[in-house]
Every structure is written in structure tokens, then in C-alpha cells.
Design a protein around this ligand. Sequence first.
Ligand SMILES: *Cc1c(COP(=O)(O)O)cnc(C)c1O
Length: 428
Amino acid sequence: MTSFEPTPDFAAHLDATDPLRDFRPRFHIPPASDGQPSVYLCGNSLGLLPKAARAAVEQEFESWEKLGVEGHFHGTSPWMHYHETLTDSTARLVGAKPIEVVVMNNLTTNLHLLLISFYQPTASRYKVLMEGGAFPSDQYALESQVKLHGLAPDEAIVELVPRPGEHTLRTEDIEAKIRELGDSLAVVLLGGVNYYTGQAFDMEAITRAGHAAGATVGFDLAHAAGNLELHLHDWDVDFACWCTYKYLNSGPGGTSGIYVHERFAHRPDLLRLAGWWGHDPADRFQMKKGFRPMPGAAGWQLSNAQIFPMAIHRAALAIVDEAGGMAALRRKSEKLTAYLEFLIRRLELPPQVLEIITPHQPEARGCQLSMLVHKNGRALFDYLAGAGIIADWREPNVIRLAPVPLYNSFSDVQRAGEVLAEWAGKAK
Ligand SMILES: *Cc1c(COP(=O)(O)O)cnc(C)c1O
């Protein structure tokens, strides 16, 4: 790893030699109060607007305006098959085969649809293993799924918590818990990257351990898709879902993706909630009785495709492909985040003031760093905002900073470091 320097010149040099430097101008960077572009480190919460998105949506307005219902079959990209145009780039994004992915609905909706199929508790195998303090929607989803089966959440849901004095989970402890639950374990459901700590889990090892215990293993990739290189098929993951408005820059409330391993592709017997868009297209319009799912993830679709969010998503995914895919993004991302970490560590703040709770090793994190601020965290957050640094605040006292490789520069990170240093000088 390069040895870093905290100066604007050094950051400018890194920017000038950044192979992805031409991608930043392809996004709208929101202005700060002085009218200059802000330092936007909040792509973990809502990714920025790709300039190409507007034209992509405009094109579908055009089809609707000119063709009306015929837009389903005519126009530049007939709506009937619109979702299929996302399949190949989505498969590349998560390391899957095309038959294993589909884009549809929203994240929590998809989590429920997948759990209906993959959480099939029996009298003896009924437990779900998840992260303690998981994202609230995931907690509520699992709690309600457990109740749907007449089980008590307290008994059926087992939460992983870090060792005393630690902030993140150790893979060996996750594996040990899976072994301990053994025959009682039905499903392991973790985030690919924990939204709060920024910890990236060893999905391959966890999947292996889950399968060895006879359980099904799924991941919520809300903070991993577009952030990490994923190899869901090779890791043998059973199912996964993600949203597209965080690291995938596909707009607020945007559409979502699911992955279902190929071994379930030809299992029409697998229980699911059904809708016409998941039905065999050969006789979808004959409105006959008896649901026959399409092979693969497509067989989990319910409704006809949401063209407008998908148009944005298609434009956003095209940028990822053009940039060279996740391998290229990740190369820059590791360096950006390492630079941010360097700038924070050189302030030498005592851990009782501020500590980074995100793991240090690149393979155990994505681009986000979470700072636990023990005193006056909210004041620091406001100080950053006042200086045009858009971070994100999580109760009770965590500030998340996520420099993302497509539109953040090393100069952005340098500026954030400079503002933190000013604050630290003041705080002394
Ligand atoms: C962002 C996020 C969600 C949000 O769910 P929506 O259904 O898209 O509103 C859910 N789970 C996790 C882990 C998240 O990070």
C-alpha cells in the first residue's frame, strides 16, 4: 500500500492518476451551502444521481407518450421484456449466473418473498441465526416470518453479538454458533456488510458452515451490492437480495435484486407466493388456473416490471460495467478507504473520544468507515455538515463515512480529513 500524505497536493496527485477519474463528472454532486460541490460521503445511504438517468427515464416517457399500451411491445426497449435487459449486468455484479438473478420490487418485500420459500421450519429445525442489532427492517421481517409459522421470535431467532469489548463479529464465532445450533438451525441470514459497523462478513465461510449444519444460507446485500466483489454462485450461497439506491445509485426507493442459487432453478415444488410475472410466459396471457413458475429467480416475480425505477437502474448498472465492473471499483475503493483511515488515525484521538469500529483489514470491510464518537458525536456530525461534508448519523453515537469509488475523489477524502483535524484541534 502506498504511504499516504495528508496534503491537498498529494490527494490531487492520486486523483490525477486515478483510472476511474472520468466517472465523477458523470454524477450530480449536490452543492454545499456555499454553492461548491459538497464532499458527499453518504453513498451508503443514498447513492448520487447518474447524469445518464434522466435521459433513460425520458426515453420511457417518450414511449408512453407516443405508444401508450403498445410500449409493452414496441419502442426502444419494450416493457414486456424490460427487466430481462438488467439480467446480465446484475449477474456480473453479484457473481451469479443469469438464471440466478432477477430485478423486481423493493428490498424488504423481496426478503419476505425469499423467506417464504427458504424458511420452512419443522418441529426440530426452526431457528434463524442473524446479527444482533441488524437493520430494523430485517429484524421486523424475520420476527413476522417466525410468527407466520406460529413460532415465538424469542425462541426461534438467535442473534450473534460481538465478544465483550469488541465491536464486530469474528468469523470463528459465527461458525461456532452455527455448529452449536446444528440440527435446530433452519436459516442463516446475515448482511453481506453490516450497515452499522461496516464489517464485511466472510460469506463463503459462513455459507460452508451453514450447509455443514444442514441449514439454508441467505444474505441481505443492501450494503454489499455495488460495494464488494461478490461471487454468490461460487460461494454456494442459497439466496440473497439487495436494494439499488445505496451503492448502486439507482434512486430513492429504487428497485431491488434477488439471487437464488441455480440448484433451485427447476424446483416448481418450492413453496412461494406467486404472481403472473413469475409464470411461464408461454401461457401467461391465457389466464389459466395453476401457477407454473419460470425457471430460476425469474419464477419469484409477482408483478409486471416497474419501468421507471428500472430505467434508472439500467443507466446506473451500465456505468458500473463501463468502469470495469466491481473488480475495478474495488481496487480504488480499498485505497480511498485506506486513505480516509490514515487521515483519521493520524489525529491520534484517544479511543474514549473517537474510535473506528470498522475492521482494519480490507477484506473485512467495504468502503464505509464507522466512527464511534463517545462525546459530542452529534456536534461533530453538525460540524462536518457545516463544512460541506455530508456524512450520516446513526443513533446512539456513530458517524458513517463512505467514500465511494465512482464519484468520490481522494481530494474529497483529504478535505474530510482536514475538517476532522480542525474539529480535533478545537476539541483539545
Ligand atoms: C437499507 C436497508 C434496508 C432497506 O429496506 P427497503 O425495503 O429498501 O426500505 C433493509 N435492510 C438493510 C440491511 C438495509 O441496509
